[in-house]
Design a protein around this ligand. Structure first.
Ligand code: SF4
Length: 210
């Protein structure tokens, strides 16, 4: 079964790669610290919303020290355009303090160290490893979770379990690519409501096609 899924996953990624040759992050950032802030802000918000906020945010606060020393209420106000902005402002500020104390203000390129930071879950840590540090990482957001379960590549209830199941059938060298391709496919075709199955380039490989 796993061999069948591995082969199907490879075929799916090949076809999606043809459809989305430039799939990659849509977030705008200047360095790995700003990427980390942007990824934290992206939880339950679209990349468009995040970019709208970070344009001004990063012109005012650029480094971990800037965020650590910011007035919390002003920071909240600056990211008000994204969901859960109060919690995110608090987590970003705590995270900035920890980076200053433990890592000279730099973001650690280590999955387990990233996971210890406030507000960082497996998705964010994976995105940081792949987009920020060019290492294998397969972040599972709502799109990746929904699409890979509909396809029948995995049968999992939570994004974290989906991540581990996908990693078992996709080679490490394609983890980052899979993350971006499944997001692009989920945004354009396999949307949460009314997936466009007749127009889907991988519908012959899908368990749930409508
Ligand atoms: S066939 Fe439909 S459900 Fe399956 S991946 Fe394509 S859009 Fe999604």
């Amino acid at each position: 079964m796993a061999v069948g899924k591995k082969k199907r996953a490879a075929q799916i990624l090949d076809l999606l790669q043809q459809e989305f040759p430039n799939a990659g992050t849509m977030l705008e950032f200047g360095d790995t610290f700003q990427l980390l802030v942007a990824v934290i802000l992206s939880a339950q918000s679209t990349d468009v919303q995040v970019n709208r906020v970070t344009g001004q945010l990063f012109s005012r606060y650029k480094t971990a020290r800037d965020f650590a020393e910011a007035d919390l209420e002003e920071l909240e106000e600056a990211i008000r355009g994204v969901g859960l902005y109060r919690t995110k402002a608090s987590n970003i500020q705590k995270m900035a303090h920890i980076l200053l104390e433990k890592y000279q203000g730099q973001v650690p390129d280590d999955f387990d160290e990233l996971m210890k930071l406030p507000g960082i879950g497996r998705k964010t840590a994976n995105v940081m490893m792949s987009v920020g540090f060019g290492q294998p990482g397969l972040g599972v957001d709502t799109h990746v979770h929904r699409v890979s379960n509909r396809l029948g590549l995995v049968e999992e209830k939570t994004p974290d379990k989906t991540e581990l199941a996908l990693k078992a059938i996709i080679p490490r060298r394609r983890w980052s690519q899979a993350h971006h391709l499944l997001i692009f496919h989920g945004r354009k075709t396999c949307t949460a409501r009314k997936p466009k199955c007749p127009a889907c380039v991988i519908n012959h490989l899908c368990d749930k096609r409508l």
